[in-house]
Design a binder for this molecule. Structure first.
Ligand code: C2O
Ligand code: CU
Ligand code: CU
Length: 510
């Protein structure tokens, strides 16, 4: 606890010294957006692949593009099979797949399958760099059930920048078990992807990225909300029940989602799969990297605005800095016209959780999330160059973020997990702001947060979990497959600026 207060003082003190407190950004475009949500929500194309030798093959071409988000303003972007974001990749449980990823950029990149349980060598993390003009063709089997996962760049030190420019897309895994549930499942009709991102624009129309120390310490926050790359979008609801597959694809912003009319939303699934039983709630917190499958009930002729409500993602001084006082802002207008009768129903039992949920863990590992700067907080090992770009020149210290006293180092394995182990990972947040902690390879279960049971909507399989400022979260996971003593998986904060600044580590399964 002593260590924590030191860290907090170091962070807050340094921020005060750099004059960052009080210069935080709200959503100035919000009121302008509120008046007219007149653009139909873009629906990413569905990519279901082709069968070749009993294998589903998906072609993903990473390419530069130009997008027009703001009327008349050209923004240089990157995307997959298009100028911005990528297709929704549809896979089936049990399928053998091959992803043929070609890099059409003039810079290296990677494509990571966030949420997928695949060998480390196929994971698309910072070790699987695809050079400009290169092709990477990982093959793996889909060994997990119905869920909404995603893919994004994971280039060392530059994940935040490449994701910001558009290098991300959804993966939806279909399963045999889900068919019997009769959930809304017609893509783009009553089963709709919703990728929420915030952006800022520079005077020349390009996305403005890190421009101050706050963008790193607090994470990048934009003043403009895009959904699937659409500004001020509306979605026409055609059936009484509509499933939204919501991804917080923002670099750092947390959302506190809710319907403006105050009605409840029904969460049926989270990161790695369906909940046991639907969770009805008025507000849904979604941190960067997290997904939720939400069923919206519509009434004919009713328009509902999906809103972002104020949320404080820090404590003490951290709370003041993290946008707790922001005004609510509109995200997506849901327009119900004439409604067809829904072929779908909402079952009360959605999924059974895996057997290891009730098993005993063989050991507990602890992970302390830390931020320090100007020599405070973090100890040695902070000098590794990260490619931190733009606006960081004044910092002069390189890394400021780490886990267990060390910043990410590609050449260091931090943890060795025995194959087949069931472990508890205890993540302790030693900073004044919240961090979404993400583990590759596995889908875990949240045991508790600060000794309390997780929220009802967190009772499914998860791969990303919010660890609140000063708090502790325990998760349990089974490391069932894919031993590889050399090639590691990552664990990290999913605030991409924190990840890029070193709040990441590596584990191997042996
Ligand atoms: Cu979504 Cu290691 O990433
Ligand atoms: Cu991941
Ligand atoms: Cu973080």
């Amino acid at each position: 606890m002593k260590r924590q207060s030191i860290t907090r003082r170091a962070v807050v003190g340094s921020l005060a010294a750099t004059g960052l407190i009080g210069s935080l950004r709200g959503i100035p475009h919000a009121s302008a957006q509120a008046s007219r949500f007149e653009t139909p929500l873009a629906i990413p194309p569905l990519l279901s692949g082709e069968t070749l030798d009993n294998r589903r093959r998906y072609a993903l071409h990473v390419q530069p593009g130009v997008s027009e988000f703001l009327p008349g303003v050209k923004t240089p972007t990157i995307g997959v099979n298009g100028p911005y974001l990528g297709p929704t990749v549809q896979m089936r449980e049990g399928d053998d797949v091959e992803m043929v990823v070609t890099n059409g950029l003039r810079e290296p990149t990677t494509l990571h399958w966030h949420g997928l349980h695949v060998p480390a060598a196929q994971d698309g993390g910072p070790h699987q760099v695809i050079p400009p003009g290169g092709t990477w063709s990982p093959r793996f089997r889909i060994k997990q059930g119905p869920s909404t996962c995603w893919y994004h760049s994971h280039l060392m030190g530059r994940t935040g920048e490449q994701v910001l420019r558009g290098l991300a897309g959804l993966i939806q895994i279909e399963g045999t078990s889900q068919a019997s549930l009769d959930l809304p499942s017609e893509y783009g009709v009553d089963d709709v992807p919703v990728v929420i991102q915030d952006r800022r624009f520079a005077a020349d129309g390009s996305f403005a990225y890190i421009s101050s120390m706050a963008d790193v310490m607090m994470g990048y926050r934009g003043d403009t909300i895009l959904v699937n790359g659409t500004l001020s979008p509306y979605l026409t609801l055609r059936r009484r029940l509509t499933r939204l597959r919501i991804l917080n694809g923002s670099n750092a912003r947390f959302y506190n989602l809710g319907r403006k009319d105050g009605a409840e939303m029904t969460v049926i699934g989270v990161d790695g799969g369906m909940l046991d039983t639907p969770a009805r709630l008025r507000r849904l917190r979604l941190a960067p990297g997290e997904r939720a499958e939400v069923v919206i009930e519509a009434e004919a002729g009713g328009n509902v605005m999906l809103m972002g409500y104020p949320i404080s993602t820090g404590r003490g001084m951290g709370g003041m800095m993290m946008g707790g006082g922001e005004a609510p802002f509109p995200i997506l207008e849901l327009r119900a016209g004439k409604l067809e009768t829904s072929p779908s129903i909402l079952a009360n039992r959605l999924a059974a959780q895996p057997a290891w949920f009730s098993a005993k863990a063989s050991r507990t590992r602890t992970f302390d999330l830390e931020m320090g700067m100007m020599g405070g907080g973090m100890g040695r090992g902070m000098g590794h160059g990260s490619g931190m770009r733009g606006g960081m020149a004044g910092a002069g210290q390189g890394h400021m973020m780490g886990i267990n006293g060390r910043a990410m180092d590609l050449s260091r394995i931090d943890e060795r997990v025995p194959l087949g182990a069931i472990e508890i990972w205890e993540v302790r947040n030693r900073t004044p702001i919240d961090h979404p902690f993400h583990i590759h390879d596995v889908q875990f279960r949240i045991i508790d947060r600060d000794g309390q049971p997780p929220r009802p909507e967190e009772l499914g399989l998860k791969d990303t979990v919010v660890v609140e400022a000063g708090g502790v979260v325990r998760v349990m996971a089974e490391f069932a497959d894919f031993a590889d003593p050399v090639r590691p998986y990552m664990y990290h904060c999913h605030i991409l600026e924190h990840e890029d600044a070193g709040m990441m580590g590596q584990f191997v399964v042996v």
